[in-house]
Ligand binder design. Structure first.
Ligand code: GLU
Length: 323
């Protein structure tokens, strides 16, 4: 049987400017797809509307294009699975919620933020999402739920299974997440906002995504997404979680690391080819930073060339960017 075409995606959240860290993820995801002759999808993950801004979504598209990336489907060009903007896809998420409800997997959770913070010192927990939920509201009776609903709108949680979740990560290797590591997680917040976990799984499945390449910080979200795929009867993609670029403080590169925003680099006259070459050199694709276009890297891309450890970006490394 012939394999379906490779379909990958980049899915930025327009809550901040694109910086060299998420640009690297975009470039590597694009290279993975282009080197396999596949289709690349751009999806705007603005489901958490209060945190997102339309002008940042516009800026992200402009930054990606300026760097030399292109996409076959996306918010600006449409495609067979439109819309490519999460805030326009809410009916799909509500359908999925209904299905989870029918499967008997959801329950309302009335715990406050303060109560959840009290379990913050629990030994396990998702780095991307905080501590494991101890299951406080899982056992409430229908009467207790009705009583609580009078003073509080609940969030909705999915009951996690009691078995371990295992998968082979194409970059990080074989993974095993014990049943105790994830806990029951929120699929719809009390304010009605659909969780990242649900939206991303529904969308990747609906858009026929076969390969997800993203940062290592989302590795521990993957068992949750696999659980959603399984419960919703959807086909899961393959995953590759690549080590992150870190700031000198050891934290994931972000806005607080000034000067890393692509728009700022562009305004300072740094050429796109220098940024691409810099990323390629620090991703095992070139021996040293030299100006290059993304399409010149397609032949060189191999997942196993990407270093296995996170990279701390020093000032000296950043100076390489100015040529
Ligand atoms: N929207 C997420 C972010 O910007 C990425 C989601 C994903 O790649 O699964 O962090």
């Amino acid at each position: 049987m012939s394999q379906p075409p490779v379909r990958g995606r980049f899915a930025p959240t327009p809550s901040g400017l694109m910086h060299i860290g998420n640009m690297r993820t975009a470039l590597l995801a694009w290279l993975q797809v282009r080197s396999a002759g596949g289709q690349f999808v751009l999806r705007m993950e603005d489901i958490d509307k209060p945190r997102c801004r339309p002008e940042l979504a516009e800026q992200a598209l402009a930054d990606l294009r300026w760097l030399g990336l292109d996409w076959d489907e996306g918010p600006d060009i449409g495609g067979p699975f439109a819309s490519y903007v999460q805030s326009e896809r809410e009916s799909f998420y509500h359908e999925a919620l209904e299905k989870l409800k029918e499967e008997g997997r959801l329950y309302p959770c009335f715990c406050s933020r303060a109560e959840l913070l009290m379990v913050a010192s629990a030994p396990h927990g998702l780095s991307s999402e905080g501590p494991v939920y101890p299951g406080t509201c899982r056992m409430l009776t229908e009467e207790q739920r009705e009583e609580r609903r009078k003073d509080k709108t609940p969030s909705l949680r999915i009951a996690a299974p009691s078995h371990d979740i295992c998968f082979d990560d194409l970059a990080a290797g074989p993974q095993r997440f014990p049943s105790s590591s994830g806990g029951d997680f929120v699929v719809r917040r009390a304010d009605g906002i659909i969780s990242y976990q649900l939206a991303v799984s529904v969308d990747d499945a609906a858009m026929g995504i076969t390969d997800v390449l993203r940062g290592y910080d989302l590795l521990d979200s993957t068992p949750r997404q696999l659980l959603l795929y399984e419960t919703l009867g959807l086909t899961a993609p393959r995953f590759a979680h690549v080590p992150l670029l870190l700031g000198e403080d050891g934290k994931r590169l972000a806005k607080r690391h000034g000067g890393m925003a692509i728009a700022a680099m562009r305004a300072n006259g740094i050429r796109a080819e220098y940024i691409v070459g810099w990323i390629a050199a620090h991703s095992g694709l070139l021996d040293r930073p030299e100006p290059v276009r993304p399409d010149e890297l397609v032949e060189l891309f191999r997942l196993d060339r990407i270093p296995k450890e996170p990279i701390t970006v020093t000032d000296a490394m950043l100076r390489q960017l100015t040529g």
